[in-house]
Design a protein around this ligand. Structure first.
Ligand code: 1HE
Length: 260
């Protein structure tokens, strides 16, 4: 079995081409101790090759309360750097793993919980969801990649406000500013997450790779380099046999039209 040595605080279920990864520490509001974050790394290091999409969700009433503050012991500067770099390593594996990741959000999505959500490719929220970066109020700074990933979602000014003032974004506002791409009815997040995961799993593998690995590099690149990367990716994608088949299916009336 792929995941025999996972901590109890994670639950893994495989449904055909979709892997469901549950944060399962509800008594601590799915706060991330090192065991939990390293468990996520183990999962992403060993995604079975048949998996085409991953769905991350939280058990209990919250997605995640962020870093487990009880583990914040006296660290010297270098230990602090390595701890943050460990989070970076793990969340890079989430963002740049073998399959797109959908986060199904509800309740608290705060601190490191928001950093994990930001590393995912699609975020689905329900009306119970709220977003915050309490690091500002706790006297610390983000360390799990928020300063790189969040400004890309909501802009630097909003992240600065969240940390300077403790501002909490509710679900509806969060969807409007780009924290989530979807807002669904209370309790309907998983259904929507799975529906999206099935669509993603049906894409050509190269399309999903281009969107999860190449697009973020293009947006980080200069215009000149980005446009060149886009041309190279476009040419590689269109020459793949699966793309040729999909184009043929459309031209011969076998493929769905846009919106169908
Ligand atoms: C925790 C944590 C935690 C809950 N670390 N133990 N994150 C925060 O600053 C968020 C802190 N948590 C909260 O504000 C609230 O817990 C919630 C709004 C998320 C949920 O409230 P509620 O009323 O449902 O739960 P609770 O009663 O506050 O918590 C239940 C238990 O979980 C309680 O423990 P108990 O032993 O008394 O039952 C809490 O102490 C515990 N708990 N959250 C440790 N975060 C890579 S760097 C990232 C830096 C950060 O993420 S900083 C942000 C930290």
């Amino acid at each position: 079995m792929f995941y025999s040595d996972l901590p109890q605080s994670l639950s893994v279920e495989i449904r055909n081409e979709i892997l469901l990864l549950g944060l399962n520490r509800p008594e601590k509001r799915n706060a991330f101790n090192d065991e939990l974050i390293l468990g996520i790394e183990k999962v992403f290091d060993n995604i079975p090759t048949a998996i085409r999409c991953i769905v991350i969700y939280g058990l209990g009433n919250h997605f995640s309360a962020g870093l487990d503050l009880s583990e914040l012991k006296e660290r010297n500067v270098m230990q602090g750097v390595y701890h943050s770099r460990m989070w970076h390593r793990v969340l890079d594996k989430v963002q740049f793993g073998p399959a797109p990741v959908v986060a199904v959000l509800h309740g608290a999505v705060v601190g490191g919980g928001l950093e994990l959500a930001a590393a995912c490719h699609i975020r689905v929220a329900d009306p119970t969801t709220f977003y915050a970066l309490p690091e500002g109020q706790r006297g610390i700074f983000v360390g799990g990649g928020a300063s790189v990933r969040l400004p890309k979602l909501i802009g630097m000014a909003r992240m600065t406000d969240m940390m300077l003032t403790g501002r909490v974004y509710k679900a509806e506002e969060g969807e409007r500013i780009g924290l989530a791409q979807y807002l669904v009815d209370t309790g309907a997040g998983m259904e929507k997450g799975l529906e999206l995961a099935q669509k993603i799993a049906a894409n050509a593998e190269m399309t999903n790779y281009a969107l999860t690995h190449v697009l973020p590099r293009i947006t980080d690149a200069s215009q000149n380099e980005g446009l060149l990367l886009e041309s190279l990716m476009a040419a590689i994608a269109q020459s793949a046999p699966e793309a040729k088949q999909r184009l043929k299916d459309f031209l011969e009336g076998r493929a769905k039209k846009v919106g169908e």
